[in-house]
Design a protein around this ligand. Structure first.
Ligand code: OGA
Ligand code: NI
Length: 337
């Protein structure tokens, strides 16, 4: 395994470097690697390999995305969630998984049947007339007369995130010694999406089991997350919940279940949740990168140890996403595919 990525103390918020020395919390915070995408790919890939086979989360900086594209997404996301509920409900999400998810819909429920404290809006990068297939269909948009800049801002943000995602895919190919282009053919018409999320100020203590987003792993290949300045994201690491502090100019990247499965667990998807306890609204926008609907998730060369993943059935991305969705929202047990 490659050595652990160097800790980036230089760009850590200064409050973490003052006081009476590192607390348990700050030690853990510092252990989330920061990977500089301005460095040559072979060096970045070593750090990606180390992060993906340990914590499963890392920050990236110098990612090349225009700050205005990120800012516009947040401005338009605020404007959308500020619309009256009846307007938002006109574009309520359906089986296509696109459009508006009000509070109490489309969110993982906890064991007491309580819902996540959030509302969300999904946009996919591919559109299709095959509406009999889950995740297929056309994006839903608020009327241009109401929010003229919403659609272009979201599409520009999707494109920017897709570019970051492809860059990380290339690093993953290098990190797995498969070559930078290995994964690209399976991401030609990808089933990726962005999700604008608005978290209510947390109404209950985590002990009640109600979260902004309950503990979960992401379903797809990897996630590129932008948040506003409010903290709230926590990852499960070595038995504790670790805060992932917002860092201006950085994205948070994490591995999804599909890549975890694809690598036979070599690269791990990590349990995480959001608890929005600042008393303020919190906005974030994850980009979920996933392969093409029909892409086959076959054992990767060099990772065919039957004790790792040799006995796994080959699934398509579409089968995988459908199964994960049914398990999470339909209350169906997670069947072994
Ligand atoms: C998610 C998620 C984290 C955040 O939507 O899957 O983990 O900070 N979001 O919003
Ligand atoms: Ni998540």
């Amino acid at each position: 395994m490659a050595p652990a990525a160097e800790i980036d103390f230089a760009s850590a918020p200064s409050r973490r470097l003052t006081g009476s020395g590192p607390t348990t919390k700050s030690r853990h915070l510092a252990s989330i690697p920061v990977i500089d995408l301005a460095q040559p790919d072979h060096l970045a890939a070593e750090e990606v390999a180390a992060a993906c086979s340990s914590v499963g989360f890392f920050y990236v900086r110098n990612h090349g995305v225009d700050e205005a594209v990120i800012e516009n997404q947040f401005v338009q996301s605020h404007a959308f969630f500020d619309l009256p509920l009846e307007e938002k409900l006109k574009i309520k999400a359906n089986a296509s998984q696109r459009g508006y998810y009000p509070y109490s819909m489309g969110s993982a429920k906890n064991s007491k049947g309580q819902h996540d404290q959030k509302e969300a809006f999904n946009v996919y990068g591919f559109e299709s007339d095959s509406t009999h297939l889950p995740f297929h269909g056309h994006n839903l948009w608020p009327p241009e007369t109401m929010l003229p800049d919403f659609r272009p801002a979201m599409l520009a943000y999707y494109d920017a995130m897709n570019q970051v995602g492809i860059r990380i895919l290339r690093l993953l190919g290098l990190a797995l010694k498969l070559g930078p282009d290995y994964f690209l053919p399976k991401f030609q018409a990808s089933t990726s999406n962005i999700r604008c999320v608005h978290y209510l100020p947390q109404q209950y203590s985590p002990a009640d089991g109600i979260c902004g987003v309950g503990a979960h792993t992401d379903w797809g290949m990897l996630t590129v997350l932008a948040t506003d300045a409010q903290p709230g994201l926590q990852i499960s690491h070595e038995g504790s919940w670790i805060d992932v502090e917002p860092r201006p100019g950085h994205f948070v990247i994490n591995i999804g279940d599909l890549l975890d499965r694809w690598t036979g667990g070599k690269f791990c998807s990590t349990l995480h949740r959001v608890i929005n306890k600042t008393g303020k609204d919190r906005y974030s926008c994850p980009f979920f990168l996933a392969p093409d609907w029909n892409a086959k998730i076959e054992p990767l060369p060099g990772l065919q140890d039957p004790t790792i993943n040799g006995s796994q059935k080959v699934v398509t991305c579409g089968e995988w996403l459908s199964m994960r969705r049914a398990a999470e929202y339909g209350g169906k047990p997670l069947v072994a595919l």
